[in-house]
Design a binder for this molecule. Sequence first.
Ligand code: AMP
Length: 415
Amino acid sequence: MSPKIQAPRGTFDVLGDDALRRTALEAHARRILERAGYARIETPTFEATELFARGVGESTDVVQKEMYTLDEGPSESLTLRPEGTAPVCRAYLEHGMHKLPQPVKLWYLSSFYRRERPQAGRYRQFTQIGVEAIGSDDPGVDAEVILLLAELLEAVGARGLRLRVSSLGTPATRETYRRDLQDYLREHAAQLSEEVRNRIDLNPLRAFDADHEGTKRVMAGAPLLIDHLTEEDREHFSHVCALLDVAGVAYEVDPTLVRGLDYYTRTVFEMTSDALGAQSGVGGGGRYDGLMEVIGGPPTPGMGWAAGVERILLSSPPPPVAPAPLDLYVAYAAPEYRKAAFRLAADARRAGHAARLELGGRSLKGQLKQADRAGARFVAILGEEGTSLKDMESGEQKTVEADTVMHHIRGGKAL
Ligand code: AMP
């Protein structure tokens, strides 16, 4: 025998109850997002590498280490999408969506690809549900977008949720703040861990995530970005918080919240679940008012989030899985009745019933066992005596005219 070939590490097949749960999650997302005016968008699985290099940011882990890039010769480089915001913004520009009433509200459910070290809740191919609201910097957009993620997670019963929000201000504010923070860290360098000390120039913000006791003590007194916001940004953020308050969304303001992607401005947020292990992020996002210009468009504000489908399912209890109802199982006593049986099953489905036919070559006894196992409401048996119909609830069985089967099973009433 040849060696078995398995799915690549960090990927998975979707089947059985998992497939049913995903379908249910998609239905929740469609209902909640479309009710709020978000329209579905599908973008290609791969894009020009340049889109992510510019739109996600050259300095990010995603662009530096995690992209699956396809070499298409000297003039073309393509990359399997690692995230959804840059592609949706590209589509917004490409289709002239600035001519539509703003903001343009879009949602997606797609697969994404990152070259990551696989572990529980972290895969190389994963699925995200996401929304983008493009064309308005109104704080109401920020609050609505955050509210929709909270609503979706509540609808699926996700457990142990915690929502943290913050504001990053503008890139200029961030730059000034970064220098202030670097000065502060250098002043206290002796108490910092070596790792943090070595990254003062490169990534001073990471010092907030450190577990090292000395570093934590220093960081407790560190300057916070949120205290350095411009008057306008501060006001924008306080409007967002006020709207979350009136909508009854529970959140904490966390001034140390840093998101992995470069293009965020103003509002950022993250939803975590303590029902997950180390990979506790269920979803997150923020405002990206600078992104459109970076990818060649006019200045256009935008706000969105992405949530991992696998993590949503890991953090929520499995719903009771009800088998799909089966109205009619068509059995036949001998091969010569096969054609008639095939036709009856096809007619029943055309008439809107859930109907199945024996396809496994079983004996009549085997077929009846199958019908019972599948929870069929009625079984039609085609044989020498014509067509008999069995009511599986009452156990009653009677011979009927072949063309009256549909009449008998309509509405699932007893025979
Ligand atoms: P990001 O696009 O990095 O902001 O991620 C948004 C959400 O997508 C996270 O909160 C996770 O739920 C999910 N996610 C990101 N990367 C992965 C991955 N490698 N495997 C599974 N889920 C992921």
